[in-house]
Design a protein around this ligand. Structure first.
Ligand code: BG6
Length: 510
């Protein structure tokens, strides 16, 4: 019998010299043949292995309908890792990982397959020294959640007590379809797993640049005094993608841009930008402050003018002709699903009273870019001739989430010469220049955190429910109307520009 490997009780978690390693454990992936698993999860597991961040006792267990055995499954994983990994592919790392790969074949309503899975997990104690610890990753359509959760409950797989170790579940977004369905789903998940063992993924929180928002704001003196309505004119949060919907028509057409991205990624970025300082850097304190902001978010009274949605038509991108949304494979004729959404939100707190937060996201926009731009008010007095400052815009702090990860500060500078002419200049910080290591992928960080049991970067139930509170009225308002059309390769429908023009502003060109 292999002796059970236990965590070192003498390790101090604050010691930065050695990386934190999870306890010996299994990662069970449902939906392991899907897009997300192949493109993100498997490569992330390989990258973690390559960085030496997985415990010596680690098993990757796939569950799917395919007729595979452990070896053929390992071959599929190898291909995914080779294609998608961020770090160099090394045979010795792969061989070690491949020797701990298991596959259980079955469909979600197959009791016998789940019994086999439960037994396979129990057997890992003897074969790999894994004392009952397992994380279940639900990379499956939301409609399949109930049946899989019920199977886990039936087999006792979800129980910490029955397994003798920890059992955790990872649920991919979107968490529900609206507030009501999210509540129902929460009840179901919380009925099967204990609440602290539920990890709701919003992969934007796994991005280094997003976590850096907290460092930028709370580790520095410079920004906090001006981070409020006295100095901030407005905030723009943009998540633009050049890609279309690819092969995801089935999912996307039921979801749309607001539910796919606004409800989660963009509202989380807003919460981190606007929240108060947490009393400490633990999960509870950070979630508490984000939740306060989400609760304070207000929608515009005039949704017709300040909540715009669009759908891409055929156009040109990077010199290539691309199809319109309605011509994409699998999109139903006459679909009114939006591929672009923009909204003006307020935050009803003393710090943010009167400051508009403009959020926008879209597919088939000119390029892939996510950024948060804080625009500051003009100086209260300018002792220059108006002509001297005609080229001076608002001071701006732009957090570049991706690509070109970093931060830009824009401010006025004197143009060299005999006149006092002031024009905008930019000061740049680039992660790639300041640090030598390439940034880890969001999923590397998040999978590792699940295995470590650290929930800091995962939104909790209350945040998810509160985010739907913001989205539901917009969806109700849009229901039955057609989205504005925009040409692929442009920055969205004209109505989105008109929305800002109404407020005397314009969208930043990222
Ligand atoms: C996902 C959305 O959450 O985020 C996709 O479902 C989107 O529609 C993706 O393409 C974008 O992620 P990233 O990390 O490439 O910005």
């Amino acid at each position: 019998m292999t002796p059970t490997v236990r965590a070192n009780p003498l390790r101090d978690p604050r010691d930065r010299r050695l990386p934190r390693l999870p306890d010996p454990c299994a990662l069970v992936v449902f939906g392991v043949t899907g897009d997300l698993a192949r493109k993100k999860l498997i490569p992330a597991v390989y990258d973690l292995a390559n960085r030496g961040l997985l415990p010596p006792g680690f098993v990757l267990l796939g569950f799917a309908r395919r007729d595979w055995d452990d070896d053929s499954f390992a071959e599929v994983l190898r291909e995914a890792a080779q294609k998608g990994a961020r770090t160099p592919f090394r045979e010795e790392v792969w061989d070690r990982l491949a020797s701990s790969v298991k596959f259980v074949q079955g469909s979600f309503n197959d009791d016998q397959a789940f019994d086999t899975l439960a037994k396979t997990l129990l057997d890992l104690e003897h074969s790999h020294g894994i004392p009952g610890n397992a994380a279940f990753y639900l990379s499956i359509p939301p409609s399949a959640f109930p049946v899989v959760l019920k199977q886990m409950q039936r087999t006792g797989m979800a129980s910490n007590e029955a397994s003798g170790g920890w059992r955790r579940v990872v649920v991919e977004k979107p968490f529900g379809h609206d507030q009501e369905s999210a509540r129902a789903l929460n009840e179901l998940v919380d009925d099967v797993f204990t609440a602290p063992d539920v990890f709701r993924i919003d992969h934007y929180l796994g991005k280094e640049t997003v976590q850096n928002l907290l460092a930028l704001r709370f580790a520095n003196t410079l920004f906090e005094p001006i981070w409020n309505s006295h100095f901030v004119d407005s905030v723009q949060i943009t998540m633009a993608e050049d890609v279309g919907i690819g092969t995801r028509a089935g999912f996307y057409d039921e979801t749309g841009a607001a539910r796919d991205v606004l409800q989660n990624h963009l509202l989380q970025l807003l919460a981190l930008t606007a929240m108060e300082e947490p009393v400490s850097f633990n999960a509870e304190a950070i979630r508490y402050e984000k939740l306060k902001i989400l609760r304070a978010v207000s929608l515009p009274d005039d949704l017709a003018s300040y909540a715009v949605r669009g759908q891409y038509e055929q156009g040109w991108l990077a010199g290539q002709r691309v199809r319109g949304y309605l011509e994409e494979d699998g999109v139903p004729a006459g679909s009114r699903t939006e591929t672009f959404a923009a909204v003006r939100l307020g935050i009803e707190t003393r710090r943010w009273a009167g400051v508009p937060f403009y959020l926008r996201t879209g597919k088939r926009l000119p390029r892939r870019v996510t950024e948060i731009a804080i625009s500051f008010k003009p100086a209260p007095h300018l002792p220059f001739d108006a002509t001297d400052t005609s080229e001076l815009g608002h001071n701006q702090l732009v957090v570049r989430v991706q690509p070109d990860e970093g931060v830009t500060l824009k401010f006025g500078s004197k143009v060299p010469g005999s006149a006092m002419e002031v024009r905008n200049v930019a000061m740049d910080f680039l992660f790639g220049e300041a640090f030598t290591e390439s940034l880890p992928e969001a999923y590397e960080r998040l999978i590792l955190d699940v295995l470590l049991g650290d929930a800091t970067l995962f939104p909790n139930n209350a945040e998810v429910i509160e985010s739907w509170r913001v989205i539901d009225p917009m969806e109700d308002f849009w229901a039955g109307s057609a989205p504005h059309l925009y040409r692929a390769g442009t920055w969205g429908p004209a109505a989105a520009d008109e929305m800002l023009a109404r407020d005397g502003r314009c969208w930043r060109r990222p």
